[in-house]
Ligand binder design. Structure first.
Ligand code: NI
Length: 157
């Protein structure tokens, strides 16, 4: 496993749509492992492949609920309710903003073995899924914030 460089705002790759994954390969398995390692190293709760320079529809999420989620080719099927709160992104270091997202989502995706699944998520997990799925379309949360982008007072440790 290796920690990969996180692309930051201004890097063209963050604004491009990602391609569907058709088959799992050892290279993509390594990418997924590296994405988790890179996310943990940077104290993130989610990471999308374009953030490490790969235009594939792959997302990893860990919101500390005991699961390590891998979403390949994710598609949000249903949205319900709303939540308004702080959001940040490893590609926009040192900043946060207020974003309204659905409170619940139903998402369809494949896992790291390309087995399809459907997951219903709420609260922080739903927020993370929406944020990361937007990355796969080339969209950053800063384009949907309410009010100003703000400076995080304390950065990590
Ligand atoms: Ni992000």
């Amino acid at each position: 496993m290796a920690i990969r460089t996180v692309r930051v705002v201004g890097d063209d790759i963050l604004y491009k749509p990602c391609k569907l994954v058709k088959v799992m390969t050892p290279r993509l398995t390594d990418l997924i492992d590296d994405m988790f390692e890179t996310m943990y190293e940077n104290n993130g709760v989610g990471l999308a492949a374009p953030q490490v320079g790969v235009l594939k529809q792959i997302v990893v999420i860990d919101v500390d609920d005991g699961n390590q989620y891998v979403f390949i080719n994710p598609e949000i099927l249903e949205e319900e309710g709303s939540q308004t709160g702080q959001e940040a992104c490893l590609s926009v270091p040192g900043k946060y903003g207020i974003v309204t997202r659905p409170y619940k989502v139903k998402v369809k995706a494949c896992d790291e073995r390309m087995n399809p699944f459907v997951l219903e998520a709420e609260d922080l997990l739903a927020r993370a899924i929406c944020h990361e799925c937007a990355h796969l379309k080339g969209e950053l949360y800063i384009s949907v914030i309410e009010g100003e982008l703000m400076d995080a007072e304390e950065e990590e440790e």
